[in-house]
Design a protein around this ligand. Structure first.
Ligand code: OAK
Length: 840
């Protein structure tokens, strides 16, 4: 420890702090005392008012104390060794619950379980008391959370940075069959996991004007406007099998002191209070859009607020020792999780030029070397483009700098392709179409050293379509692939203890938890019927658990022996939940026809595999067609589930409020996982990894990560269908100019919707129109028959349970590559240049 820190502390304080940094007692009695202490002294509860939630809080607080001991030493180690750190900047972290994750990562579940049992409660019950931390929408946010787990587990010197939204992802209720949104006030009670750092706070300016201080050399300053404070809240992130514990720093907006003072001095007491509210608005709510961009000023405010605070924090840490600015990229790698934090590129440039007086070119060189950028979508509607006027009003100095960056960049482009005005227009940071806007992806590309996609096909598409010009200009080496992964700790070890135990016993080791490649060892036992029996037993138990949850949330009774066919993810047209429910309608109509034709029970059972079609997912509140799809699913469910002709041959379930905790119950109980996006449109998909890891079979298009998963587990294990990404453009042109008629089964399904079989809702004609004929942008008609065929193949295999189980085992066994540990190692080695830094 640096001796100067010691100077102002007494010897006793110094010694006690040093001893107290870690090694909390892990025996049952100490744990009990620790928990009870928190009940009494942190929560001020007595034996008369201590409920389960209080006990959960006290238990979590005691676990947090363990984490903080580890956290302190970890951070001190990073500082002492002066290592290069990676900073993961993300507007979203979809973490979910933390207690069980921490208990398992610390390998202390046995002790806590016993300690609580003796105190008269059940640890598992306390897990359920925790509210999900839902600071994210879907794939991108959950990926960030998996990455934090892997970064900690692999001992990387990493920090996550995000926003502490007061309202996370909205809670979804289904009212009269339709989605209704409710606010998710997740920190209404004490959030036990966070440490407020009132002393770590930075000011953030908005609006105002740029003043020229001197012309030569040119010096400007940004003054006036509004100033708010960003206050840090730290969340410790434990790794598995390591004593390292890293930090997730979330910023909360508070009124700035100067700002308040001014109002108070003017005697405007109430006005000042109002202004307090205004500034706190910034971190109030997570924007609930997934894969779409909403050009709202408050969202840009959030983005700038976030990067301004984060960069000040990063630079403060960097400047703790005397350094040259050129060393910044040797000590700091900043990863941008999509373009959402990309205004940070301009902010760092501004800090270096305006606040530290660096010459532009020198500063720009340092900036580019420090940043790296991940793209998560090729959907045009998701690419961020901020209107010039809006950005210039909110961040006037940044707009100047964007023009400067663009001017210099376009000169290079011009030299590269003299006279090619089209390429200049395409690569410019400014889209000249009305209203003129800033293309944040272009900014992120030219302001970063590396750009990556999240699956092989996606990266290929980036290089050949939306980022083609840039790839040719900068060369291929700037563009990398980093196929997504998921953390095996949460998605197998925690979510599926039954399967985890089976795997550990067959591999005679639990090394797979930290090294998922070990799963391949299951293949050696593939012909052993006892392994199949173990898999079958665990899957059935997980399906029973899921069936009980369906019974309690939806009031629908489902048969655990039926095939559980599951599509859980955000509702989006490109993901084609609509195609899924249309195929369910086809199945329903076929059952009805068979019954009408006089089929006996036995004949029905021979003709149809009993299925439960399960859906879950949220629609963005303003995304009308997504909401109509939910409406259709619930309408079909109402009819099918109450039709005595159908019985248990088919059930349809829409589970409300899909979130991380629900996913932890759903994936282990999945038989068949639907990954049926229109090819080329799902960048990667991560639910696919979670389901397959848990021994689900895959019905999928050749899209995103499914392609690589099929490769790893063997194409034979997967039910593939549909057009290839390379065929999609041609097929769309065909739909446009030579529209084919609906295939017969699709026509039938549509007719049933139209004739009111599932009720007469205003929504349905609009929904039908949205994908009929020339409007079929997502190629539902094109892929429909091949989808039905894949479903029939799945049914056939399900009838042969031995064959099914063999595929399920091979699916799990082939998932080693899709651990987020592998992904993170690749980022660390191929992009960031950071090395593991285990604690001293
Ligand atoms: C969200 C907002 C804007 C842009 C993209 C997203 C997003 O969540 N994209 C998703 O990212 C996941 C993680 O990389 C991918 O697995 C999904 O395919 C992609 O849709």
């Amino acid at each position: 420890l640096p001796p100067e820190d010691k100077a102002d502390k007494s010897e006793l304080l110094w010694t006690l702090l040093t001893q107290g940094m870690e090694n909390m007692d892990r025996d049952v009695e100490s744990i009990q005392k620790h928990i009870v202490n928190h009940c009494q002294f942190t929560l001020a509860r007595t034996q008369f008012n201590l409920d389960s939630f209080g006990l959960y809080q006290a238990t979590a607080l005691s676990i947090k104390d363990h984490l903080l001991g580890m956290w302190n030493v970890t951070q001190q180690t990073f500082t002492n060794k002066d290592v290069k750190r990676v900073y993961y900047l993300s507007l979203e972290f979809l973490v979910g619950r933390a207690l069980q994750n921490a208990v398992l990562n610390l390998d202390i579940e046995g002790e806590y379980s016993q300690a609580l049992m003796e105190l008269g409660t059940d640890l598992e019950k306390l897990y359920e008391e925790e509210k999900d931390a839902a600071l994210g929408n879907g794939g991108l946010g959950r990926l960030a959370a998996c990455f934090m787990d892997s970064l900690a587990t692999l001992d990387y010197p990493a920090w996550g940075y995000g926003i502490r939204y007061r309202y996370g992802m909205f809670a979804q209720k289904i009212v009269d069959g339709a989605q209704v949104e409710f606010p998710d006030y997740w920190i209404s009670y004490l959030n036990v996991w966070e440490i407020p750092r009132i002393d770590v706070s930075y000011s953030v300016r908005f609006y105002g004007e740029v003043r020229v201080v001197s012309d030569s050399p040119r010096v400007v300053e940004w003054v006036g406007g509004e100033v708010v404070q960003a206050v840090a809240y730290d969340v410790p992130i434990p790794g598995y099998g390591t004593k390292n514990c890293i930090n997730l720093r979330l910023w909360s907006a508070k009124p700035a002191k100067e700002f308040d003072l001014q109002s108070f001095n003017q005697g405007d007491y109430l006005g000042a209070i109002e202004d307090r509210h205004k500034s706190e608005n910034i971190s109030q709510v997570l924007y609930p859009n997934d894969n779409t961009y909403m050009g709202k000023e408050l969202r840009l405010k959030q983005q700038y607020f976030f990067v301004r605070a984060t960069l000040q924090d990063i630079l403060r840490r960097f400047l703790k020792r005397p350094r040259e600015w050129e060393e910044l990229p040797d000590k700091v790698a900043i990863q941008l999780n999509d373009t959402h934090p990309s205004i940070g590129i301009v902010e760092l440039l501004r800090i270096l030029v305006d606040e530290h007086g660096l010459e532009f070119e020198r500063a720009w060189g340092i900036v580019v070397k420090s940043f790296h950028f991940t793209n998560h979508t090729v959907l045009p509607e998701a690419l961020e483009k901020w209107p010039v006027e809006l950005l210039g009003h909110l961040l006037p100095r940044h707009l100047d700098l964007i023009y400067d960056i663009n001017y210099r960049f376009l000169q290079q482009v011009q030299a590269w392709r003299p006279g090619d005005m089209d390429v200049l227009a395409r690569m410019s940071l400014i889209d000249e179409a009305h209203p003129r806007s800033i293309r944040m992806a272009n900014l992120a590309i030219i302001g970063s050293t590396h750009v990556n996609g999240v699956a092989a096909l996606h990266t290929q598409l980036l290089k050949t379509t939306i980022f083609k010009d840039f790839c040719e200009f900068f060369g291929e080496s700037k563009f990398q692939n980093k196929t997504n992964g998921v953390t095996p700790r949460r998605w197998l070890h925690q979510a599926n203890p039954g399967l985890a135990a089976v795997i550990t016993s067959w591999l005679e080791s639990d090394a797979w938890i930290a090294n998922l490649d070990e799963l391949a060892g299951l293949r050696a036992h593939i012909d052993n019927p006892e392994l199949a029996a173990d898999f079958a037993r665990v899957k059935r138990a997980n399906k029973v658990r899921l069936a009980e949850l369906i019974q309690s949330t939806n009031g629908i009774e489902v048969d655990p022996d039926a095939l559980f066919d599951i599509q859980v993810k955000r509702i989006h047209e490109y993901k084609r939940q609509l195609m899924n429910i249309l195929a369910v309608i086809v199945r329903y109509l076929a059952i009805k026809e068979a019954v009408a034709g006089g089929a006996s029970k036995a004949e029905l059972a021979a003709a149809f595999v009993a299925r439960v079609s399960i859906f879950a997912g949220k629609a963005a509140p303003g995304y009308h067609n997504a909401k109509r799809i939910i409406r259709l699913i619930t309408a079909v469910a109402d009819v099918v589930n109450n039709d005595p002709d159908v019985g248990s041959l088919l059930k349809v379930v829409f589970m409300p409020n899909y979130n991380v905790s629900l996913a932890e119950v759903i994936f282990p109980g999945t038989d068949l996982s639907e990954q049926i996006s229109c090819s080329g449109m799902e960048a990667s998909g991560t639910g696919v990894g979670k389901a397959t890891l848990n021994g689900a079979l895959l019905i999928c298009t050749m899209d995103g990560a499914s392609i690589e998963i099929a490769e790893e587990i063997g194409h034979d294990q997967v039910f593939v269908f549909g057009a290839l990404a390379s065929e999609v453009d041609g097929l769309r042109a065909q739909v446009q100019f030579n529209t084919p008629p609906d295939c017969a089964p699709l026509a039938k399904a549509k007719a049933a919707i139209r004739d009111g079989t599932f009720g007469n809702y205003d929504e349905f004609p609009l929904l039908l129109d949205s994908f009929s004929g020339r409007n079929d942008y997502y190629l539902i008609n094109t892929d429909f028959e091949s989808y039905l065929d894949a479903q029939a193949r799945a049914d056939a295999v399900y009838r042969d349970q031995d064959a099914w189980l063999r595929k399920a085992i091979l699916s799990t066994a082939g998932m080693g590559f899709f651990s987020s540990d592998r992904t993170i190692r690749q980022y660390a080695e191929e992009i960031w240049g950071v090395k593991p830094c285990p604690r001293e």
